[in-house]
Design a protein around this ligand. Structure first.
Ligand code: CP
Length: 316
């Protein structure tokens, strides 16, 4: 099959031009409908093997890639680091080379170290590597499903104000969204406490503030992030209650955004900390729609990384 997408590995949002992002989102739009059919399966990737290699916990991303592979008729299998020979001291590269010896077509990997998928992509032959989140670096499939949801709901990116609020310093979701959204013409604001949103993050292309109200004011999209305690070396906030009071999204603060602004969260969500239950379950939230779109985006990524040209006719 002729390859016109041009990306064998999907490692970060920096690798994509605007046209690539549009191809991925258009392809995902085409695949979404399959998930609503009675028979949720097409033969597009029949005979392909997809390995999910997860070195960190995941609910949404791992399940979503697994469902996506099944809907495309690929053979999928999951390897969790905690039940693999990694616990016996095997290196990442040795683990991966042993998996590659079984001739899979795609390895989907989540790892706690930034750059781990890039490391493997440089060393492995004959297999595509898809980054399912690496350390504090990037989480491209999450940004793409967020972007699919924004485009579906608001019809465009150009000129939108997107406020991303919380533990930006440790968020691969924030980084990937910043790159993807600014590539498509949106304005991204980062907000949170100074310990989690250092002023020099402005060099990445976001507008940075430590006042959440300033970021939400007139926003088209408000994306809340959890505090990533597992990546913080020391405590960065005085208390969870204080954080919720100053940086949490509640109904009063949401009124500062544009009427009908989207409330997003990549999950896992800490209700009562970064977002109140009233807002998380309120009429502006699109959080579960993000999850549904995640399957469609991952179908698109598996298909395109396998050499699909973006002209899929998923009615097969
Ligand atoms: N959004 C996200 O990456 O969630 P999981 O950690 O559950 O995969």
């Amino acid at each position: 099959m002729e390859r016109t997408f041009g990306h064998r590995h999907i490692l970060d949002m920096k690798q994509f031009a605007a046209a690539d992002i549009t191809t991925i989102l258009d392809t995902a739009d085409g695949f979404k409908e399959i998930g609503r059919r009675e028979v949720k399966k097409v033969p597009t990737l029949r005979g392909k093997t997809v390995v999910n290699l997860f070195f960190e916990a995941s609910t949404r991303t791992r399940t979503s890639f697994e469902v996506a592979a099944k809907r495309l008729s690929a053979d999928g299998l999951n390897i969790a680091a905690s039940t693999s020979a990694v616990v016996k001291g095997e290196t990442l590269e040795d683990t991966a080379q042993n998996i590659v010896a079984m001739n899979p077509d795609i390895i989907v990997m989540r790892h706690g170290h930034s750059g781990a998928p890039h490391y493997l992509a440089e060393r492995l032959q004959g297999v595509s590597v898809l980054n399912a989140g690496d350390g504090t670096h990037e989480h491209p499939s999450q940004a793409l499903l967020d972007m699919m949801t924004i485009r579906e709901k608001l019809g465009r990116f150009d000129g939108l104000k997107v406020a991303i609020i919380g533990d930006i310093a440790h968020s691969r979701v924030a980084r990937s969204n910043l790159v993807g959204l600014t590539t498509m013409g949106a304005q991204v604001w980062f907000a949170g406490p100074g310990t989690m949103v250092p002023p020099d993050f402005a060099r990445l292309g976001a507008t940075v503030t430590n006042h959440i109200e300033e970021a939400i004011d007139g926003a088209d999209v408000v994306m809340m992030l959890r505090i990533q305690r597992e990546r913080q070396g020391k405590t960065l906030i005085p208390s969870t209650r204080e954080y919720a009071r100053v940086y949490g999204l509640n109904a009063e603060r949401l009124k500062l955004a544009k009427p009908g602004a989207l409330v997003m969260h990549p999950g896992p969500m800490n209700r009562g900390v970064e977002i109140t239950t009233e807002v998380a379950d309120g009429p502006q939230n699109v959080i579960l729609e993000q999850v549904e779109n995640g399957v469609a985006v991952r179908m698109a990524l598996l298909y395109l990384a396998s050499g699909g040209d973006g002209s899929i006719q998923p009615q097969v």
